[in-house]
Design a protein around this ligand. Structure first.
Ligand code: CTP
Length: 398
């Protein structure tokens, strides 16, 4: 998500500084190049050795290191984004008033990139009129301020002032500063996850889809600039991107109902959900008892959502479908491409290593309407989602 992005992570003296280590790891894992700058007080809370080892850069914590002067201006100009997490009450106040008595403040004052401020402090300090005024001043200078969270604080009190979680900071930063525009103006619909078909009030027929691939696709489309509607079955995780419109459903019928309403207004449909092909003919009103030694459930077919949208497809709409196969992969994928009127089918062949429900990797072959077949190498699902979205971006240009 952040490949090639340069980020300065500024850390000030607050107990929340331990979370900065997690944030640093997440930023690096997302592909960013990160340099850490610390206030003198921050060193009491987090070890520079840990930060320099993880970031693979020396940590900057003084305006002068021995005989050498730290070039804070170069660092401020190097970065695509500066994140101050945690920004303590003291550091916020100094930033708001342009004070420059440590290297973190010097980098902040020289930064030519956007700045994200992530405060952390006790509740009373958070609510103090001086802090409110400082935050307003910082926002008026064009800084982005993340709200604090409600929760347990270092003082033992419970209230506002807790630093945002590292995962949320990563999402906020990605969403606000690094969204691309090659799919700007495009409306996209994604189906994701499994469906659960109820048998009685406590049981259902489901499948092992985790929804990871659909989620990664929705997020990659959103980060490419598209307006995204995510119709999601019961999944392990929801998207953290606030800009993605999420429609939560349980059954195939509910998924179809949601998709049917949205589809006429979309430019692009990605049908990644593992929709149940059959659903119980009747739903037992009470829990079924094990009173007999044999039992059978009568099943009826569900609507094929991809096929329904494929057959209602307008000239400017583009459809990407998926096929999960265990045998005759190419033939079955091509059959689905034609029968469902898709523009491309992405084949997952389950017999390949690293492919399947719950795996973090995937290996696919694309079959297009024009008769192309493109076999891609094994890669993690995030990278695959990005590559599929870039591929779609190129297709939609033509
Ligand atoms: N699909 C759908 N609605 C259904 C069933 C499938 O939208 N009721 C979509 C899936 O999201 C996927 C494609 O159809 O994009 C193929 O799904 P897959 O499970 O591979 O195949 P099926 O069409 O269900 O056929 P089969 O189970 O016989 O392989």
């Amino acid at each position: 998500m952040l490949e090639g992005k340069k980020i300065v992570l500024g850390i000030s003296g607050s107990i929340a500084a331990y979370k900065s280590i997690v944030l640093l790891r997440l930023l690096i894992k997302a592909g960013a190049d990160v340099q850490c700058v610390l206030t003198p007080a921050a060193k009491d809370f987090v070890s520079p050795l840990v930060l320099s080892t993880l970031s693979k850069h020396p940590v900057v914590s003084q305006l002068q290191e021995g005989e050498e002067w730290s070039n804070h201006v170069a660092l401020g100009r190097w970065a695509d984004l500066m994140i101050l997490a945690p920004a303590s009450c003291n550091t916020l106040a100094k930033m708001a008033h342009g004070l420059c008595d440590n290297v973190l403040l010097a980098v902040y004052l020289s930064a030519t990139c956007p700045v994200l401020v992530v405060p952390a402090m006790d509740e009373d300090m958070w609510h103090h009129p001086a802090t409110r005024a400082n935050l307003q001043t910082l926002a008026s200078y064009g800084n982005n301020v993340m709200p604090t969270q409600h929760g347990e604080l270092a003082s033992g009190l419970v209230g506002m002032g807790r630093m945002a979680e590292p995962e949320d900071i990563l999402v906020f930063a990605t969403e606000h500063f690094f969204r691309q525009s090659f799919l700007a103006g495009k409306k996209a619909l994604v189906t994701a996850g499994p469906t659960h078909e109820p048998i009685d009030p406590v049981r259902f027929i489901g499948n092992r889809s985790s929804g990871k691939m659909g989620l990664a696709l929705a997020e990659a489309l959103y980060l490419a600039g598209a307006e995204v509607q995510l119709v999601a079955g019961p999944m392990e995780r929801n998207t953290a991107f606030k800009g993605i419109q999420q429609h939560k459903v349980n059954t195939a019928a509910e998924m179809f109902q949601a998709v049917e309403k949205l589809w006429p207004h979309q430019d692009l449909g990605i049908f990644n959900a593992a929709v149940a092909d059959f659903t119980p003919a009747t739903l037992a009103a009470e829990k079924i008892k094990k009173s007999q030694d044999h039992m059978s459930i009568s099943l009826v077919p569900t609507t094929d959502i991809l096929a329904a949208c494929g057959h209602a497809k307008q000239a400017q709409q583009f459809i990407m479908g998926f096929a999960l196969e265990t045998e005759n992969e190419s033939a079955n994928a091509t059959l689905k491409l034609n029968n469902k009127n898709a523009d491309v089918i992405v084949l997952n062949a389950l017999r390949h290593e690293g492919v399947g429900f719950g795996a973090d990797t995937n290996r696919v072959t694309l079959f297009t309407k024009g008769g192309e077949s493109l076999a891609w190498d094994l890669m993690d699902k995030q990278t695959l989602a990005q590559k599929l979205v870039w591929w779609l971006g190129e297709k939609l240009k033509k």
